[in-house]
Ligand binder design. Structure first.
Ligand SMILES: Nc1nc2c(ncn2[C@@H]2O[C@H](COP(=O)(O)OP(=O)(O)OP(=O)(O)O)[C@@H](O)[C@H]2O)c(=O)[nH]1
Ligand SMILES: [Mg+2]
Length: 462
């Protein structure tokens, strides 16, 4: 018996969400899946039908009928789990689902644990560990971006990259071992420097993968975008325009917005968490001061800050200083937004703003002119931290990132040994560790504890 799943037992669970609906799917996998369903299925003899076929019939046990169903039949090894496997499509009523599962259990199936189908699929070599994680990733993704990444992982993109890197390590180790065999004879098979540079390259590839995780996290969690600027610059008008609704109060009176206003929008499938804030200026008003404190805190937390300036009128020295200071203390990306262009451009103001080296984004918050360009700039800012990637392979799991970190430490140690002329035999120890750890991504080298941890995060029926 395998320690983490008992392959001799047939497992059953609901695969679709619990609740009422038109159809629910119950899946059963294991050596007796077809025998068990056949005992309660009134219709064709399912033990005699060909694989990959669907059959209409009724689920009946004794004199009790439970539902009219469709049963899909798959034979080992050509199924999701690699075992004999059936799917029952029944009417989605929780009583019906419960009863059918109970009947199947009475006839020999046992309740599946969380992730047990995908675990079996992994153990039977139907998918590697990164693909198994991708299954959970697809289901849990909070954006289309997340789904796309997980789908690519399910297609084996990450796995093939990791296998390639491991092969490079195996090649290096092989050369080092040959070199050691010939060490008595003073024949150098591969120069130290060449191994060092090859290790460098692998470390760099791993580091890119690791950064991609931060990027994925940013996009999955949404981009925090804060609108700041002097009072009356048109921040609230801009928020309303981006939202397409009259959410925030706007007025010609400076200091209209006192508290922060939070709303979400989606641009190009990316969730943007918008925050409108109180205008920044020196004030004695206690309430306004509190508002300005909040503005600063929101701007500090933001991934992107829209710094709005009214470019239709002359900018005061105080306001200009405020803009300059903001650019210094903001940690995220800054977009300088030139507003109110419908009222004309004040050339002196534009000149004063030329200290800002990046192009301004010109808009009219009131009539929406330039909004599309602004949205485009926002999207460009989002992908700005991403330029260093030579391809679009993105890691979505924390576990995978940790494996990469551990691998990098071993590679660094190996390289360090070589750089200090420590000898191949010592570097090889670190390299073997790196190779071993890296294999945890695809599951080539993996312990039961790691597997239990991963699959415990799945839902029942996956
Ligand atoms: N002509 C013109 N007027 C604008 C534009 N954007 C905003 N306004 C006007 O400028 C005034 C101030 O706009 P708000 O959006 O309230 O400005 P704010 O930056 O939120 O101001 P505070 O909340 O006081 O910090 C209002 O009268 C708006 O109608 C614009 O693009 N063109
Ligand atoms: Mg406002």
């Amino acid at each position: 018996m395998n320690k983490i799943t008992d392959f001799s037992r047939t497992i059953v669970a609901l695969a679709t969400a619990l609740g009422s609906g038109s159809i629910a799917v119950i899946r059963m996998s294991g050596p007796d899946a077809i025998v068990i369903i056949n005992r309660v299925f009134k219709g064709k003899n399912l033990e005699e039908v060909p694989a990959n076929t669907i059959h209409y019939g009724r689920i009946v046990d004794g004199d009790r009928e439970f539902d009219q169903v469709l049963v899909s039949v798959f034979h080992t090894p050509h199924s999701y789990t690699g075992e004999n496997y059936i799917e029952i499509s029944c009417h989605a009523n929780p009583f019906i689902v419960d009863d059918i599962i109970e009947v199947l259990m009475n006839h020999g199936a046992k309740a599946a644990r969380a992730g047990e189908y995908t675990l079996r699929a992994f153990l039977n070599g139907k998918l590697d560990l990164s693909q198994a994680e991708a299954v959970a990733g697809i289901i849990q993704a909070k954006s289309r971006f997340g789904i796309k990444n997980s789908l690519e992982q399910l297609n084996g993109k990450l796995a093939s990259r990791i296998i390639q890197m491991r092969q490079q390590l195996i090649d290096i180790l092989g050369l080092m071992e040959i070199d050691l065999d010939f060490s008595e004879e003073e024949i150098e098979i591969i120069p130290n420097a060449q191994i060092i540079s090859r290790l460098h390259k692998i470390e760099k590839d791993l580091s890119e993968l690791k950064t991609s995780y931060n990027f994925a996290k940013l996009l999955e969690g949404g981009i925090h975008l804060t609108i700041i600027g002097e009072p009356n610059a048109g921040k609230s008008t801009l928020l309303n325009q981006l939202l397409g609704e009259n959410r925030a109060i706007t007025s010609h009176i400076p200091g209209t917005t006192r508290d922060t206003i939070h709303e979400n929008i989606v641009i190009n499938d990316v969730l943007i968490k918008l925050v409108d804030t109180a205008g920044l200026r020196k004030t004695r008003d206690e309430l306004e001061s509190e508002g300005i404190k909040r503005t600063k805190s929101q701007a500090l937390q933001a991934d992107i800050v829209l710094l709005v300036v009214d470019v239709s009128s002359s900018i005061s020295d105080d306001s200009l200083n405020l803009v300059k200071e903001s650019v210094n203390w903001i940690k995220g990306q800054v977009l300088l937004v030139a507003n109110k262009i419908d009222k004309g451009l004040n050339q002196a103001t534009l000149k004063k703003l030329s200290f800002f080296k990046k192009p301004l984004v010109s808009i009219s918050a009131i009539n929406g002119e330039g909004l599309k360009e602004l949205e485009k700039s926002i999207v460009e800012q989002v992908s700005a931290g991403f330029e260093e990637y030579s391809d679009d392979l993105i890691i979505t799991s924390k576990r995978q990132t940790e494996v990469i970190e551990k691998t990098t430490v071993h590679l660094y140690d190996a390289r360090h040994v070589l750089e200090n002329d420590g000898g191949f035999e010592f570097a090889a120890v670190d390299l073997r560790q790196a190779l071993n750890v890296l294999g945890e991504i695809t599951g080539e080298t993996v312990t039961d504890d790691i597997l239990n941890n991963i699959f415990a995060n799945f839902c029942i029926g996956k």
